[in-house]
Design a protein around this ligand. Structure first.
Ligand code: NAD
Length: 488
């Protein structure tokens, strides 16, 4: 294993990980450090043929992997997870360089969570149980859990390692083999983590191909030997992938976008709610989070102190070099994403009655590319159906709206086509029970915003996706199939 980030970028120059080896690709693509604008390295730009090679390797390895006792597979995945934790600092340093996320507030935590998720799944081998069914006392009727075969796992750039772990951990423990398509924006930390894991896994059970979605991603999802697709990314690509799965009638899990509401009630603990707004909005990740609490509905009686306290807290966050230990907030991933965010904010700026408030100070360091650092931004006074209120911006931009009518705020919270997460801030058990039962979201919390727990299932309603990740339930439902056996 390499010891410095620069060595990592060189080691994985234009290669895929196939059958336990680094296999040179025929073409490459530049990976840019968003904080400096400089090229970090070249990753593989795999074509359909190279992608098929990874699927062949996964298919060849799967039967033997599935024939191991489930607990043994679990032990190997857990050992692989511990190896990741041992190399956490190097992986985090690579991740910070390719994603622009701050090393201290984001990247170290991401590696730790990824390792934790895989270790959790490593302990679940013996939970791959079926049932006996009381069908007829003179017959033995039972169900068993079988692996699906080769799983295609596609991850985005915003939290690539955690999303990798949520797919690869349960898929492997359940006896599948996996081909991961890494994000072309941020592939290197994924390659490093996977290669570290391979020291504990048989060749071929975990393969990584990198490339564009249009070529490599399409070749992967459409391949006849893929038995399951698990995808995290944008709604548009999710829709395309769902159709690809439908054409072959294979299961597809989708974790897509969100526009998660946060409802702060009159009786909320204000300090807690302000801290929750900052962590829920994922400002330290520049708001590039599917679960970002990007619509904050504050009771009219609290809106003035809420805005004051939120502004003070946001002004204290340091925007700067992702590798600097003092930095809280790094960069947007690329210029395209930054332009999209700026266009949304410009749309708010020209809306009558709306206010755009920016917080914090942009870094002036000569070595940093100025365009991809954005200030945390709060929008107020927007109409309820404004694009900034209804659509995922995927940037450090939250909408704050006042409310006084409880029924109306619940209906506003449910008014987008998303349904990933929601939170309610109240001291009343009655409000908590009522609102959580009525909010249309897959992950609803009271007095906190999302902290991923490997044992708690997570996934969206509506156009936020299909299926769950994390938890035993997700492993059983999404990475196994149930067989009924009747013995007369
Ligand atoms: P994206 O959809 O552009 O890309 C995601 C991945 O899909 C990349 O690896 C990309 O190469 C690949 N891809 C693109 N086209 C493909 C195709 N036709 N076939 C197969 N693969 C293809 O998303 P992104 O910009 O990388 O990530 C941001 C999006 O991800 C946001 O919308 C965000 O909400 C979502 N997201 C969701 C969750 C969740 O858990 N619900 C978590 C993180 C991010």
């Amino acid at each position: 294993i390499q010891t410095a980030p620069d060595e990592v970028f060189e080691t994985y120059r234009e290669v895929n990980l196939i059958d336990g080896k680094r296999v040179p690709a025929r073409a490459g693509l530049d990976v840019i450090n968003p904080a400096t604008g400089l090229v970090l390295g070249r990753a593989a730009a795999s074509d359909a043929d190279e992608t098929a090679g990874a699927i062949r390797s996964a298919k060849a390895a799967q039967t033997e992997w599935a024939s191991l006792p489930a607990r043994e597979r679990g032990k190997r995945v857990a050992a692989a997870a511990r190896a990741v934790a041992e190399h956490a600092e190097l992986i985090a340093q690579v991740l910070a360089r390719e994603t622009g996320k701050a090393i201290r507030t984001e990247c170290r935590g991401e590696v730790a969570v990824a390792a934790d998720i895989m270790e959790f799944y490593g302990g679940l081998g013996s939970e791959l149980k079926g049932q006996t069914v009381p069908y007829n006392p003179r017959m033995l009727t039972m169900t068993t859990r079988e692996p699906l075969g080769v799983v295609a796992a596609i991850v985005p750039w915003n939290v690539p390692l955690v999303l990798f772990a949520l797919k690869v951990g349960p898929a492997l423990v359940a006896g599948n083999s996996v081909v991961v398509k890494s994000s072309e924006e941020a592939p290197f930390a994924t390659f490093l983590m996977a290669e570290i894991m391979m020291a504990h896994l048989p060749a071929g059970v975990l393969n990584i191909v990198n490339g564009t979605g249009a070529i490599c991603g399409n070749a992967l999802t459409g391949h006849p030997d893929i038995a399951k697709i698990t995808f995290t990314g944008s709604e548009a690509v999710g829709e395309t992938i769902y159709k690809v799965g439908a054409a072959r009638i294979i299961p597809v899990s989708l974790e897509l976008g969100g526009k998660s509401p946060m409802i702060i009630c009159e009786d909320a603990d204000l300090d807690k709610a302000v801290a929750g707004a900052i962590s829920g909005m994922r400002f330290t990740r520049q708001g590039q989070s599917c679960t970002a609490a990007s619509r904050i509905y504050v009771h009219d009686s609290l809106i003035a102190p809420f805005m004051d306290q939120l502004g003070d807290a946001l002004n204290r966050l340091v925007i700067g070099d992702p590798l600097d230990e003092a930095t809280d907030i790094g960069t947007i991933i690329n210029a395209r994403q930054a332009d999209t965010i700026k266009a949304y904010v410009a749309g708010a700026e020209t809306t009558p009655g709306a206010k755009v408030i920016r917080f914090g100070t942009l870094p002036q360091d000569a070595g940093l590319s100025p365009d991809l650092f954005l200030q945390p931004t709060i929008l107020t006074g927007l109409p309820d159906d404004h694009p900034c209120v209804m659509e995922e911006i995927f940037g450090p931009v939250a909408v704050v709206q006042g409310w006084s009518d409880y029924e109306k705020v619940i209906s506003l919270a449910n008014s987008t086509h998303y349904g990933l997460a929601a939170s309610v801030w109240t001291r009343s058990l009655q409000t908590a029970l009522d609102s959580t039962s009525r909010l249309d979201a897959g992950y609803v919390q009271v007095n906190q915003n999302l902290t991923i727990q490997p044992n708690v299932s997570y996934g969206g309603f509506g156009r936020s996706g299909l299926g769950k990740e994390a938890s035993l339930e997700a492993m059983l439902e999404h990475f196994t199939r149930s067989k009924t056996i009747v013995m007369n």
